[in-house]
Design a protein. Structure first.
Length: 188
């Protein structure tokens, strides 16, 4: 199946433009996918600098953080108001704390967290990715698994704290190193 990326971008732009409550202009004039860890803020409101189309990673010591199309653009906070920038900062820090490199990509093929994560692990040198949905739902996924068969799923976005996102990242970074991570404790 061939995907017409230009048409897909147009559809996403139209949907985001029609979203109620969005007071920020939507533009995809820049390339669609970021391929480097991003923590510096570019000009404007965005905090992710898109540098081109993401390529297949070759390093076994990387974990990809895959975010959906609206993450940090049309939506800038999760379902309980945690800023996407802070979430991403915690996730990058957690991965790097384990001595693994983090790389951030934006997925335009889907906003479903499972499929965003699959796109991430497809490009990850280690085969491990963290998918983060704009509302905050998060998943750790491994290359070769079906989209809905993940390593760890964190579906209760309202209960995830910045510390929890950091713990999720630590676990994701441990998978390429092959130890068995301990489950991330979450509130109920």
């Amino acid at each position: 199946m061939e995907i017409n990326e230009k048409l897909l971008r147009q559809i996403i732009e139209d949907v985001l433009r029609d979203m109620k409550g969005s007071d920020k202009p939507v533009s995809f004039n820049a390339p669609a996918v970021s391929t480097a860890p991003q923590t510096a803020a570019p000009a404007g409101d965005g905090f992710l600098t898109e540098v081109g189309e993401a390529r297949q990673g070759t390093q076994q010591d990387e974990v990809i953080i895959a975010v959906g199309p609206a993450f940090g653009l049309a939506q800038t906070v999760n379902i309980v108001g945690l800023p996407h920038k802070s979430i991403l900062r915690e996730v990058i820090a957690g991965i790097e704390e384990e001595g693994i490199r983090a790389r951030v990509i934006r997925c335009f093929k889907s906003s479903d967290v499972a499929f965003v994560a699959v796109e991430g692990n497809r490009l990850s040198g280690s085969g491990i990715s963290i998918g983060i949905q704009s509302k905050g739902t998060t998943v750790i996924h491994q290359q070769g698994l079906p989209p809905l068969s993940n390593l760890e799923l964190f579906p209760q976005a309202p209960l995830l704290t910045l510390d929890t996102y950091g713990q999720i990242a630590l676990n994701a970074a441990r998978y390429p190193k092959r130890p068995s991570p301990q489950p991330v404790p979450t509130r109920s």
